[in-house]
Write a protein that binds this ligand. Sequence first.
Ligand code: NAP
Ligand code: ZN
Length: 353
Amino acid sequence: MIKSVNAYAAASATAPLAPHPITRRLPRPDDVEIDILYCGVCHSDLHTARNDWGWTHYPIVPGHEIIGRVVAIGSQVSRFKVGDRVGVGCMVDACGHCEACEEGHEQHCSETATYTYGAPDRIDGSLTQGGYSEKIVVKEAFVVRIPDNLTLQGAAPLLCAGITTWSPLKNADIGPGSRVAVVGLGGLGHMAIKLAKAMGADVTLFTRSPGKEEDAHRLGADRVVISTDAAQMAQVAGHFHLIVDTVPYVHDLNAYIPTLRFKGSLVLVGYLGPLEPALDSMPMVIGGKAVAASMIGGMAATQEMLDFCGQHDIVSDVEVIAMQDINDAYERMLKSDVKYRFVIDMASLKVEA
Ligand code: NAP
Ligand code: ZN
């Protein structure tokens, strides 16, 4: 048995998103059925809708920063009850028995994690569809709890932007005394600043956009460096333990390597693909510096990040939009005209029904 629900989908790489009803399964014994209240708009939604990575199956309903309330549970569900405030991020299943899954890094499942949209369901093979919809049905183990003190719209971006920036900060043991830089002040970048600051680090923003200084300081940055200004870049030579690079498109990494301290690392979380211009290993070898990459985080880490945000009162700075505004929002995101995350109010989708 299935239910039909309202959703917005892209029908092709060039089509604007438009209303497109989808079906949701009735809960299996280990499933939670969620009425979606808010869904954040991640740059990955745009990459996927436009097939930037070459793997999109259409029609596709994006959205992996999902917040809602539990409306039904399967017979074996033990951690959630009807009425709970919950979230779903970028994945909804994984094999559960490979080394990565056993170590709590389900996102690196050797049999490939089931992403929230555009991936085959592990039981019936149907393609998953994301959070730009009224409802979602998800295995309990891939559902997280939202701390009571966080606003639901502000918490939505934590499910992707939050955990994606949390992982490199935690892996590098960031805390008091650490010097962290963030490249790009968008959805991921503003969360990286807030989280690094709350962990006790000294935080710098690298931006190509003059005019973001005041906001960066308000979000917690101690320093702002215009990345296209060589003199400003030289002032932070040898400085950073960690650089979290959130830029979505190919860009020159060589300019950032000199700003790392010895043994420092630059972690790519934004761009996926071949680097251009080529990365020069010389300053990396001589300085003992690393370039690495990171993808979201495991389920236990996601809950840990949410609980940390609850304790430190951290939410995303959001602009709430109606579902009908999504195509405009994509265009604005491409121009970096968002402070700092669009979040869709799903009540707007119900109105349209
Ligand atoms: P976003 O809100 O659009 O922010 C990206 C920021 O990067 C912009 O605000 C801008 O900051 C800078 N930027 C944009 N285009 C640039 C260009 N051509 N050259 C240099 N800087 C540029 O995007 P987001 O939602 O934060 O996502 C960022 C990237 O992370 C996307 O590619 C997304 O797919 C990826 N992502 C990865 C993961 C993961 O697990 N690894 C998870 C989520 C998202 P300034 O104006 O300050 O320079
Ligand atoms: Zn995302």
